[in-house]
Design a protein around this ligand. Structure first.
Ligand SMILES: C[S@@+](CC[C@H](N)C(=O)[O-])C[C@H]1O[C@@H](n2cnc3c(N)ncnc32)[C@H](O)[C@@H]1O
Length: 399
């Protein structure tokens, strides 16, 4: 009987260890979780402590109340998890939520059968874990690193001209992607000009290109300095540039045929909010085109550490790995918001002389080139389409 009661305790301990050592350490914890997780642990310690000190005849009713409070309390982080966690971590949390009341029931049975030494041992482990959570997350590891979005503001004309900066890599990516994007828009929606919204448009590499193809383009970015460069290089003088946040768009529902987010998803803390806004402003049947980086060790090594090491004038935290997204995570995020992923292509630099020259000189020449590849291990470009919801039979028949 006693050993059977220890099974849920062991399973919970194992699941918490995996959650902490694998998921939390990989993604980092925002302030809410850095305070909230030790409080979760404290509610369990409270249950155990009560069982150890309470008078035997009145212990259970209060314990029941504490156990129910703890079971509900540990679910409080779900709005944060919905934004930050992948499918694997959600699955592990589901297991932990199921185990939580079972473990608390096991404590009650251990108390009933007078195994107070086991409960005291469990209380010591729980308090030690709580201490670790407070100290490690709030004093050792601290706040998750923010991505450096401020760096772009001072680039000015260097957005379009400089070779001794990683912005030249973004230019090379745009040279490769822009004609493909224009072809996809025409291929799916036809040759007519479309209403295009370019999110996080920066200096307008894509916006200005699509304007030359006759589209009605709006570019938004949080940084006015970037938009000033974009407008200065807009040969059509037709692009509407506006300061705005891609996670809270100042546009009405269904007001665009195409929304683009090139190298933006890895620059926002809440990509799910951004995708929600994309869905809202996109008309049914409209296209969402994106490019971002995969959260793999290969991308960490090449896109972050490689660029920092080899490309001149790369600032700190131009990219941070925790904000990279796997294709599966993005696909799920899109699917949850009525956006069907229709294409995902990997991309990488071409293994030609301009790449080797960059490694030798730290400069990215205007002949540096990217190519699409089946492997999405580094970065990936994709298209999703907003679902068209058919009217229900009652509305079609007028009943
Ligand atoms: C890597 S640059 C990409 C620029 C452009 N999309 C391109 O491909 O050339 C990222 C841009 O996103 C902008 N940005 C970051 N967070 C944003 C947000 N929440 N809303 C709009 N723009 C944002 C930055 O100011 C920066 O110009």
């Amino acid at each position: 009987m006693t050993s059977a009661l220890l099974v849920p305790l062991a399973l919970q301990g194992l699941a918490m260890l995996v959650d902490e050592a694998w998921f939390h350490r990989r993604r980092g914890l925002p302030r809410w979780e850095r305070i909230g997780h030790p409080l979760d642990t404290l509610t369990i310690a409270l249950c155990l402590g009560w069982l150890l000190v309470a008078p035997r005849d009145t212990a259970l009713p209060v314990y029941l109340g504490l156990a129910m409070f703890s079971t509900l309390f540990v679910t409080k982080d779900e709005p944060v998890h919905a934004r930050l966690c992948g499918a694997g971590e959600h699955w592990l949390h589901a297991i932990l939520f199921v185990l939580h009341p079972i473990v608390l029931a096991a404590f009650a049975l251990l108390w009933w059968t007078e195994h107070t030494q086991i409960l005291a041992g469990q209380l010591a482990v729980t308090l030690a874990f709580c201490g670790y959570q407070v100290i490690y997350w709030n004093f050792v590891r601290g706040e998750a690193k923010p991505v450096n979005n401020a760096w772009y503001a001072d680039l000015g004309p260097r957005w379009y001209e400089a070779e001794d900066t990683p912005i030249a890599l973004l230019r090379a990516e745009s040279r490769h992607r822009n004609p493909w994007i224009a072809d996809q828009i025409t291929g799916v929606l036809g040759a007519a000009p479309q209403r295009v919204l370019d999110l996080g448009c920066g200096a307008g590499f894509l916006s200005n290109f699509l304007a030359t193809r006759g589209h009605h383009v709006t570019g938004i970015d949080t940084t006015a300095e970037n938009l000033a460069v974009a407008a200065a290089y807009d040969r059509t003088s037709s692009v509407r540039y506006e300061v705005g946040d891609a996670c809270a768009l100042p546009f009405p529902d269904a007001s665009f045929d195409v929304v683009c987010a090139m190298d933006l998803l890895e620059h926002v803390e809440q990509p799910a909010r951004l995708v929600g806004e994309v869905r809202r402003v996109l008309r049914p049947g409209g296209l969402f085109l994106f490019h971002t980086f995969n959260r793999t060790w290969q991308a960490d090594l090449i896109v972050i550490k490689g660029v920092e090491l080899f490309v001149k004038n790369t600032p700190e935290h131009l990219h941070v790995k925790r904000l990279f997204i796997t294709p599966d995570e993005l696909r799920q995020m899109l699917d949850d918001r009525d956006l069907d992923t229709v294409t995902v292509l990997g991309s990488r630099p071409r293994f030609r002389w301009p790449l080797w020259r960059m490694l030798l000189t730290g400069k990215v020449g205007n002949d540096f080139a990217f190519t699409f590849t089946p492997s999405t291990k580094l970065g990936f470009t994709g298209i999703a389409r907003r679902r068209v919801t058919l009217p229900t039979s009652s509305s079609t028949t007028g009943i």
